[in-house]
Design a protein around this ligand. Structure first.
Ligand code: C2E
Ligand code: CA
Ligand code: CA
Length: 358
């Protein structure tokens, strides 16, 4: 069909043919003394006795092939009409998303971060929300996977930063808050050769200083193949005075040797660990992470702090900053503005009877 795609028509049962293809591709080829591993993704359907246009059949097989590839490849998927509907919906979402980014439908929301020693506002994390014209407000779970697969993360991230920086600058001009905001940066975005130029331009346009901005990177950033560009971008960011934090720390990917090599300023302790506190096992891990962070000179921000007992515990263990529903959920720019007017100069606390469902 083109490149490395083939069509095969057979009167044998599909499972038999697929088994044979997979088994023969499982043997590596030896070319010039090197062993080259091969494998295949297969999409198939059984046509039976019905009369169908050949192109339609191939199109259905292509949908099944797409599904096999998305599942990680090296597997065979059978076509179903459900797959076609899923693919259509997904493609519609991708098209909508592109327009949404252009039309400013992706909004920056703000969640407060609080210093545990004195309860003062430390900063805010910027979290994307999509104000969809027909489906209402969508959380990242509903659109980030599509944005990633469509290669739209870079544009989405830039749109969110630009908007967030504008709001922050306005609040600063109004004198309601001296902002410090944390921006999420997707693995694709930090691997973009134009990242630094675009980031610094957005920062410059906002008129905020570099030390008023943090960048949050996921551990998964460091298992992709674009290591060189990523390292250059992170180094240059740090050189320009922007703080760099490792997000979701404790979920299992980060290698300790990497931690020491990167110009990091902080770690974000994942909610999965915080939510277990004060359980002894979780406490041991949290203490070990805080000790490691102190050793490396990193500030720790605990995520998902919902209860006062968790906050007191983390404070006792030397964690500097907390963020979670206990202090405030992510808020729209309007709501956060109102929240700032009341809370920006207050000592904040979690009420003892705060329930996560509140
Ligand atoms: P994250 O960076 O780990 O952000 C924290 C997530 O935990 C947010 O979910 C936040 O609403 C939620 N959260 C905060 N405190 C609590 C709590 O006390 N309890 C519970 N149950 N949840 C809490 P959200 O906003 O749905 O974002 C999900 C993820 O999507 C983020 O995880 C981040 O990885 C990604 N994301 C969000 N906005 C952006 C963006 O603009 N760019 C990029 N690249 N990623 C983004
Ligand atoms: Ca984050
Ligand atoms: Ca996180």
């Amino acid at each position: 069909m083109g490149n490395d795609e083939f069509v095969l028509i057979s009167s044998e049962p599909a499972k038999v043919v697929i088994g044979r293809i997979m088994a023969s591709l499982d043997q590596p080829y030896t070319i010039k003394g090197r062993r080259i591993p091969t494998n295949a993704s297969i999409g198939y359907l059984t046509v039976g006795t019905q009369t169908r246009a050949p192109l339609e059949i191939v199109a259905d097989a292509a949908v099944a092939l797409q599904s096999a590839k998305s599942a990680g490849g090296k597997t065979a998927h059978e076509f179903t009409t459900g797959l076609r509907t899923e693919l259509d919906q997904f493609q519609n979402l991708q098209i909508d998303l592109l327009d949404a980014i252009k039309n400013g439908e992706i909004e920056p929301w703000f969640q407060p971060q609080v210093r545990l020693d004195d309860g003062r506002l430390h900063g805010a994390e910027v979290l994307a929300r999509w104000r969809h014209p027909t489906r209402g407000l969508l959380s990242p779970f509903h659109f980030l996977p599509a944005a990633e697969r469509a290669g739209l993360m870079i544009d989405l991230d830039h749109a969110v930063w630009a908007a967030a920086l504008r709001y922050a600058r306005n609040w600063q001009d109004e004198g309601v808050w001296h902002p410090c905001i944390s921006l999420n940066v997707a693995p694709d975005t930090i691997a973009d050769p134009h990242f630094l130029e675009r980031f610094l331009l957005a920062l410059q346009r906002s008129g905020l200083d570099a030390d008023q901005v943090n960048v949050e990177l996921l551990e998964t950033t460091f298992i992709s193949g674009d290591d060189d560009i990523v390292a250059i971008n992170i180094d240059s960011l740090a050189e320009s005075g922007v703080a760099v934090e490792l997000d979701d720390f404790g979920t299992g990917f980060a290698s300790f040797s990497r931690l020491a090599q990167l110009p990091l300023t902080g770690l974000k302790l994942d909610r999965s660990l915080v939510s277990l506190l004060p359980d002894q096992g979780a406490d041991s891990i949290v203490r070990a992470i805080l000790a490691l962070a102190a050793e490396l000179g990193l500030q720790v921000v605990a995520e998902g702090v919902e209860q006062r007992t968790q906050a007191t515990h983390l404070n006792k263990r030397g964690c500097a900053v907390a963020q979670g529903f206990g202090y405030g959920k992510p808020m729209s720019p309007n709501d956060f503005h109102k929240w700032l007017q009341i809370n920006a100069d207050k000592a904040l606390d979690i009420s003892p009877d705060f329930a996560a469902s509140a």
